[in-house]
Ligand binder design. Sequence first.
Ligand code: HSE
Length: 354
Amino acid sequence: MINIAILGFGVIGSGTAEVLKRNAETVKAQAGDEVRVKYILDLRDFPESEYADRIVHDFDVILNDPEVSVVAEMMGGSHPAYEFAIAAMKAGKSVVTSNKEVVANYGVELLACAKENKVRYLFEASVGGGIPIIRAMSTSLVGNEICEINGILNGTTNYILTQMKLHGKTMQEALKEAQQKGYAEANPDADILGIDACRKICILSALAFGELVPSDLVDTKGITEITTEDVEKAEANGQAIKLVARAAKRGDGKLYMAVSPVAVNNSNPLSTVDDVFNAVLVRGNTLGDVMFYGAGAGSLPTASAVVADIIDICRCLGNQPEQQQWVKSENVTSEMTDPMKADYEARVGTPLCK
Ligand code: HSE
């Protein structure tokens, strides 16, 4: 029996318990042993839940229990998620997370702590919900020099833009629906202002280039100024407006990073990514373009990525492989060179920076 603890019993935390229960036989076969949720840390009580007897309010109960080998952090926010993850790893427990904010802010320190303590810090669910993009970039694509990443990385804004385009809804109406479906952040400003997508491109860019850029150094523009007229105009021009987060290595070695709406050419596959779906288009120097597509938010899709990380750790108990380490970097610009810009407009579309 492998015991795990869930931190945060919200949309993703409860989804993780559900996936572990629904797919118990598969999880057991894949992990090599039964995976049991021993504790759930939350500020709230859940008297009606079948997990009511596992709820604890004190993190030390989990930290001091040597039977817990994996901690799944789904609390969101940087603090105390960061402190809990560090403490768990120092106690010899591997950590998995869906928390993009803490990975974007403290990925360097968290990965270093994992290495130092011979455990792992996995974060597949932090970008793209259920899309297996982190593992792909950490393994399958490592024979490439990554040249460019373009991602539709926020399900809420993509849902809103799709509802505006297909059903003429207002941004507020569509946002309310996204909140009801459990896609939006607790503070939806992080979605519509592009902050969430920015954190995610910082993570992908660190995986591709080994350099973690602070998200506040990335030029970030959300969708709040996009009107129904903009959406219609793009359509008439053979384009679709998408919130695109992008990163590329410029010829001079600087990192180009930006988040903004882009009028994506209909010839580019990102233009067809609708609703809550996310997609990441990665360009490798030997592979060319490869696109990862799937549900970018929501309880069970995201939880499936959390569970995959848990299984990965269970398979290597006592002998966790070393992970890529990142360095902090401020080597970033929001300026494309002229040739880059022309190439980008032809292949992808026109960034809208009004
Ligand atoms: N609020 C996020 C989104 C949740 O809409 O994509 C998934 O990270």
